[in-house]
Design a protein around this ligand. Structure first.
Ligand SMILES: *[C@@H]1O[C@H](CO)[C@@H](O)[C@H](O)[C@H]1NC(C)=O
Ligand SMILES: *[C@@H]1O[C@H](CO)[C@@H](O)[C@H](O)[C@H]1NC(C)=O
Ligand SMILES: *[C@@H]1O[C@H](CO)[C@@H](O)[C@H](O)[C@H]1NC(C)=O
Length: 534
């Protein structure tokens, strides 16, 4: 009877990876390269989602922000912590505190736009605040970048009516997207700076003309021509902005006071206009995530990193992809405003021939390693500075994971102190043993778990065990009816205690976790973990 009840209580999407948290079904990272010596030790931040429209059979079952250790062990499942669709999940500093933020809102997959806001959580995973665009506009998903712990750079896709005749538009084709960015005061929400692409960049600069698939045809505000497709903003110490515009295949430097374009780095020599000559005619296009890396003292040279998709969605009139370089890559480029030359300093080409038709990021880590995220292709690769691959993971595995996507990926130091309580399950087996399972979603500090029996109101120590991962297991050779567990940190302090928990009769054998979700069990998580551990 107990067994039947338990089975009925299982949520449809859980996959029984964790006994203490049967509600969670985090992605199973398929790590194909792992060099323990060379990989950067920070935590991996991702927010994978299914690219299969309306297809609940595809992975990940729980699209959400996640934190993993650098060897792929779950630290935090943010499923349910943020609202609906999430992207651009990161750690940051805000007013002397460590915080997490993520975009949450609606995702228009057909055009690659998002409509929503950004949510900031503290290191207890509790809400700090939500931030929205100013001037009666709706925040887009692509950027949220905190500067100096005080302001945030965000973007807006604003459809506006325009006469598009000179760009081939008919009388019915009158909608174009004005690509806007704002710098907001994080405390007050005040708009400190606003810039709009149509004031500075002619639609003629688009490499995706009106009428071409995903970029829109301009017939109505939902189908507005996305001639620019802004997808990142950064700001340097001089207060000047760096923009990435996917659909003009160019990066722009914007004067932080006047909004004027200081220079344009075109990605396709002979097609895009450019302030620079690209040394050796290096090419890039449909790129993402441009960041200032370094500025020379006289300000005349700057180094910039970005993700070069070199591919776009179903963008030409036949519905096929537009391609540039054969595969996607992370790129580091130096621009010289004396010689007006741009030089490709480093290139981190994708393994497995990956070509990401959308999304992607390139994160330079403080170790010197580089984390490249392959967007629509649902995988991440970490390189040493000189290009050796030291980590590669597909962000979910098995035959249902082919549509997994992930907008950006990062690695950060993080200390999580969950405000939720420690989760414990204790099961009594047919052989009168007790098996304990304990976890604490988001905790980074527990080193040991201490298990106690509760008898007649007093506690009795049963045993202690090292934390082994998201969930830790302990077996005792006797039945224990009522237990509680303590989390012990590095300095032997008790961080937290669970509630008293009544043991339950064991339902599934401990060593054979089966997939109890809606899909037949095709993939053995433990087999894979073993392979990975060896
Ligand atoms: C907008 O235009 C597109 C392209 O013609 C069309 O498919 C779509 O149905 C239109 N949407 C609305 C709301 O009229
Ligand atoms: C992991 O990825 C590799 C490379 O694509 C693939 O061959 C392998 O089957 C995957 N493993 C699992 C468990 O899905
Ligand atoms: C708990 O208390 C009851 C009644 O006071 C007693 O009969 C029982 O032996 C006690 N059990 C333990 C394990 O001390």
């Amino acid at each position: 009877m107990l067994g039947a009840l338990l089975l009925l209580a299982l949520p449809a999407y859980a996959d029984w990876q964790y006994r203490s948290r049967p509600d969670l079904a985090p992605p199973k990272l398929n790590i194909t390269v792992y060099d323990a010596e060379k990989v950067s030790p920070e935590y991996l931040f991702i927010a994978p989602f299914t690219g299969a429209p309306g297809n609940t059979f595809h992975k990940p079952r729980q699209s959400a922000p996640y934190i993993f250790t650098s060897d792929g062990e779950l630290v935090w499942s943010g499923y349910g912590a943020f609202g609906t669709w999430n992207a651009n999940f990161q750690a940051a500093r805000y007013k002397d505190d460590d915080v997490l933020f993520s975009f949450e809102g609606d995702h228009n997959a057909a055009y690659g736009h998002g409509h929503g806001h950004h949510t900031v959580l503290n290191s207890n995973y509790d809400l700090v605040k939500e931030i929205r665009a100013g001037n009666h506009k709706i925040t887009d998903k692509h950027e949220f970048h905190i500067k100096d712990e005080k302001t945030a750079l965000i973007e807006i896709y604003q459809p506006v009516p325009r006469n598009l005749a000179e760009f081939g538009g008919s009388e019915e084709q009158q909608w174009i997207i004005n690509a806007i960015f704002q710098e907001l005061d994080l405390d007050t929400g005040e708009v400190l700076f606003e810039w709009a692409s149509l004031d500075h960049v002619s639609p003629a600069e688009s490499v995706l003309p009106l009428n071409e698939g995903e970029a829109g045809s301009g017939y109505n505000s939902s189908d507005a021509w996305d001639y620019f497709h802004i997808n990142s903003v950064d700001k340097d110490d001089n207060g000047d902005y760096l923009l990435s515009a996917r659909d003009t295949a160019s990066l722009y430097k914007i004067d932080g006071k006047t909004g004027e374009i200081l220079w344009k780095l075109g990605g396709i020599p002979g097609v895009t206009s450019s302030s620079f000559k690209n040394v050796d005619d290096f090419k890039f296009g449909f790129q993402h995530h441009a960041r200032y890396v370094w500025t020379s003292e006289d300000g005349k040279k700057q180094i910039i990193s970005f993700f070069d998709n070199s591919a776009h969605g179903t963008e030409d009139k036949d519905g096929s992809q537009v391609h540039l370089n054969k595969i996607s890559s992370g790129k580091i480029v130096e621009v010289d405003t004396e010689k007006w030359e741009a030089k490709l300093l480093r290139n981190y080409p994708a393994p497995y021939g990956i070509r990401a038709k959308s999304q992607g990021s390139t994160h330079l880590l403080k170790s010197g390693n580089v984390l490249v995220n392959w967007g629509s292709e649902g995988s991440v690769t970490e390189y040493t500075a000189d290009g050796e691959i030291v980590f590669h993971a597909f962000l979910d595995s098995d035959e249902f994971s082919d549509k997994v996507q992930n907008y950006r990926a990062f690695k950060f130091d993080w200390h999580g102190y969950p405000s939720e309580s420690v989760a414990v399950l204790s099961e009594i087996t047919d052989d009168d043993e007790t098996i304990f399972y304990v976890s604490w979603n988001g905790d980074t500090e527990t080193k040991k778990w201490r298990f106690h029996a509760v008898q007649n109101g007093s506690k009795k120590l049963l045993g202690e065990t090292e934390r082994t991962g998201f969930e830790t297991k302990l077996k005792i050779n006797k039945p224990v009816e009522r237990v509680f567990v303590e989390a012990i940190d590095e300095s032997a302090n008790v961080l937290a205690s669970s509630d008293d928990v009544l043991s339950v009769e064991q339902v599934l054998p401990a060593e054979k976790k089966s997939d109890t979700g809606i899909l037949p069990p095709k993939f053995n998580y433990f087999q894979w973990r073993l392979q990975k551990d060896n």
